[in-house]
Ligand binder design. Structure first.
Ligand SMILES: C[S@@+](CC[C@H](N)C(=O)[O-])C[C@H]1O[C@@H](n2cnc3c(N)ncnc32)[C@H](O)[C@@H]1O
Length: 207
C-alpha cells in the first residue's frame, strides 16, 4: 500500500540543499540522513547523487513507512536501503557496519528546532564518534545568529514552535557550533539559503 507522505517544504528546498551537497559529497560512499521525515529528500538526493548510497532514518514509524513507500515508488530498491530507526538520543545508534565503513557524512534537515536541545547534543556526540577526520555533518534549517532572528517570519515561526512544545525552538548558530566543537567539528561554512534558512557545514578535525 502507498504510504507516501508529502511535506510541502521539501519541493521548495530540495534543489538548493542539493546544490550545497554537490559541493561536499564525494562520488562514492554513504550519507546518513537523520530525521528524514517523509523521505522525499532522501529519494531526491539518491537520484541526484547516484554513485552514493543515501541512508535515510527516522524514529517515527509512520515516517519510516513513508520513506519505504517513496523508495518503492521511485524504484530505488536496488540502490537505496530501507530507512533505519534512529532516535539521536538512543545511543549508540544502531547502524550496519557497511554503512559505518563507507560513511562520508551525516545530514540533518529541519530536525534540531523540532526536537529538544538534548537532541542537538546527542546528534553531535554520536556523529562525532562515527565520522572520521575530514568528514562532514551538514545541518539545514532556520537559525538565530548572535541570538537574533534573521527575519520577522522566523520570530513568528519560533513562537509557534514553542507553543507546540516549549523545549523546541530555533537554535542559535553559535551555541550549535560550540556543541560541534566539543565533539571535534569545526564550522567550515554558514550558507544563507532561500526563505531565511541556512546550511551549516561542520567538518571533523583531528585532535
Ligand atoms: C520537521 S521534520 C523534518 C523532516 C525532513 N527532514 C524534512 O525536512 O522534510 C523533523 C524530523 O525530525 C525527526 N526527529 C524528531 N526528533 C528526533 C530525534 N530525537 N531523533 C531523530 N529524528 C528526530 C522527526 O521524526 C521528523 O522526521
Amino acid at each position: 500500500m502507498d504510504k507516501r507522505l508529502f511535506f510541502s517544504a521539501t519541493r521548495k528546498n530540495r534543489d538548493c540543499i542539493g546544490d550545497v551537497l554537490s559541493g561536499i559529497i564525494r562520488k562514492k560512499g554513504s550519507i546518513l540522513e537523520i530525521g528524514s521525515g517523509s523521505g522525499e529528500h532522501g529519494v531526491f538526493f539518491q537520484k541526484r547523487f547516484s554513485g552514493i548510497v543515501w541512508q535515510a532514518s527516522d524514529p517515527n514509524l509512520v515516517y519510516r513507512k513513508s520513506i519505504s513507500s517513496w523508495i518503492d515508488y521511485e524504484k530505488l530498491n536496488k540502490i537505496m536501503p530501507q530507512p533505519l530507526y534512529i532516535d539521536v538520543e538512543k545511543i549508540p545508534w544502531k547502524i550496519p557496519s557497511q554503512l559505518a565503513y563507507s560513511l562520508q557524512g551525516v545530514v540533518s534537515i529541519n530536525m534540531i528546532h523540532v526536537a529538544e536541545w538534548t537532541c542537538t547534543i546527542a546528534l553531535f556526540r554520536e556523529a562525532g564518534k562515527l565520522l572520521k577526520e575530514g568528514q562532514f555533518l551538514m545541518l539545514y534549517g532556520p537559525f538565530k545568529i548572535g541570538n537574533n532572528y534573521t527575519s520577522k517570519s522566523n520570530y513568528y515561526f519560533d513562537n509557534s514552535l514553542k507553543m507546540q512544545n516549549d523545549l523546541w525552538g530555533m537554535r542559535n548558530v553559535e551555541e550549535v557550533s560550540n556543541e560541534a566543537q566539543k565533539n571535534g567539528f569545526v564550522q567550515e561554512d554558514l550558507i544563507s539559503m532561500p526563505s531565511n534558512n541556512f546550511s551549516i557545514i561542520y567538518r571533523k578535525f583531528s585532535y
